[in-house]
Write a new protein. Structure first.
Length: 57
């Protein structure tokens, strides 16, 4: 079940990035470049999780 553990790990990182995105977006002087980088990282994690889930089925 190493795949399950990896999916959970990626999911936790995905949630962390979500919080970082919310924090950055709520700042008065939001750094658009950083925000875009965080969103891209979050999307990559989501894609990795979906790939792993598809391998399980």
């Amino acid at each position: 079940m190493a795949i399950d553990a990896r999916i959970r790990e990626l999911g936790m990182r995905h949630q962390t990035l979500d919080r970082e995105i919310q924090d950055e977006a709520s700042r008065p002087s939001c750094d658009d470049v950083r925000l875009m980088q965080l969103k891209r990282q979050k999307l990559r994690l989501k894609e990795q999780m979906e790939t792993l889930r598809s391998r399980m089925h």
